[in-house]
Design a protein around this ligand. Structure first.
Ligand code: SF4
Length: 323
């Protein structure tokens, strides 16, 4: 198993990609995604993007050095006159440390803007602050989402040792909300017995509120065989008494061995109480417990069809539907 819990710097290598924009389906809803990197230096133990066929996910990062050119070529020859919002990124953090050196996410975003493509950014990083002005000039056509799991430094150092502390993330978020850019926080995944106490939830909601965030959402951890292996270590490292048994018998209700690629959701009986508490606190602070539906399918600006009205809309693909 790949070791996420260490301070080792990853190898970063470049590679060429043949295709950069891909269809993306979650729960039956379709969208598009762009991943300028493969692998992720943030080292989240609960990461869903670590599959068995990516054994060096945390330790070998691929920078797709031709990403902006390939993306531009794909958009230039786009078959349809319209394009759905693009998620940047679905299987890596687009603003992980490699971005400082390669700037591929920035260049891909510039291409998306050039072709009038709406986008969502998903990150846990503060490096995105470098691109404040870039996103600001496109603020009506983008939505930035930070994934925040805990305000506890003790817990963060174990579960996601490569991420910045929550207070740094919230300082970065504040810069964006003050610039009029729409920002959300996704409290995801909520880790049972680790980050799901009332105090944990309230501390994140209070920080969201102080940072000017309007939209908050959350979801519970889903277990998969490789995630369960890492979660067992996390529960032990954090000294969660009886954690393994409670996960097996009460919260996720499974027997081992788990089948590969099989996802298990937390029991509704357990998760709904926590999610209701999160929702209640979010609404109490005047924020929305949802993601907005303002990003719409747009007419793509290519040399052939850049005369179209960009406000023309078709079926909306919303962030909530991606979740
Ligand atoms: S930031 Fe996202 S992609 Fe990177 S390790 Fe964490 S969960 Fe995985």
């Amino acid at each position: 198993m790949d070791t996420w819990y260490c301070n080792r710097a990853p190898d970063i290598v470049t590679k060429d990609s043949k295709s950069m924009i891909h269809p993306f389906i979650v729960k039956g809803y379709k969208g598009l995604t762009v991943n300028p990197y493969q692998g992720c230096q943030h080292r989240c133990g609960y990461c869903y993007a670590t599959y068995e066929w990516s054994p060096q996910f945390y330790d070998k990062i691929y920078a797709k050095s031709n990403a902006p050119e390939v993306l531009e070529n794909q958009l230039k020859s786009w078959k349809s006159k319209t394009i759905k919002p693009v998620m940047v990124s679905s299987a890596t953090d687009p603003y992980q440390p490699a971005e400082i050196r390669y700037g591929l996410t920035r260049k891909c975003v510039e291409v998306l803007q050039k072709y009038n493509v709406p986008y969502y950014i998903f990150t846990k990083s503060t490096i995105i602050s470098r691109d404040l002005e870039l996103h600001k000039r496109y603020k009506n056509n983008c939505f930035l989402v930070w994934s925040v799991t805990t305000c506890s430094e003790k817990i963060r150092r174990v579960i996601e040792p490569g991420t910045p502390p929550a207070n740094s993330m919230f300082s970065a978020i504040r810069k964006f909300t003050r610039s009029g850019i729409r920002c959300g926080v996704n409290v995801d995944p909520i880790l049972p017995l680790i980050t799901d106490s009332e105090e944990d939830i309230e501390s994140i909601v209070d920080s969201c509120n102080r940072s000017g965030v309007d939209y908050v959402f959350g979801a519970f951890l889903r277990l998969r065989v490789d995630i369960w292996e890492r979660m067992q270590i996390i529960l032990k490292l954090l000294g969660v008494d009886n954690g393994l048994d409670i996960y097996r018998k009460t919260i996720y209700k499974f027997t081992e061995p788990l089948k590969p690629c099989y996802n298990i959701a937390a029991s509704v009986c357990y998760s709904s109480k926590v999610l209701q508490h999160l929702k209640g606190k979010v609404l109490e602070k005047g924020m929305l417990f949802d993601f907005p539906e303002f990003l719409e399918e747009r007419h793509i600006k290519t040399s052939k069809n850049n005369h179209h009205n960009i406000n023309d809309t078709k079926r909306q693909v919303t962030l909530a539907r991606y979740m």
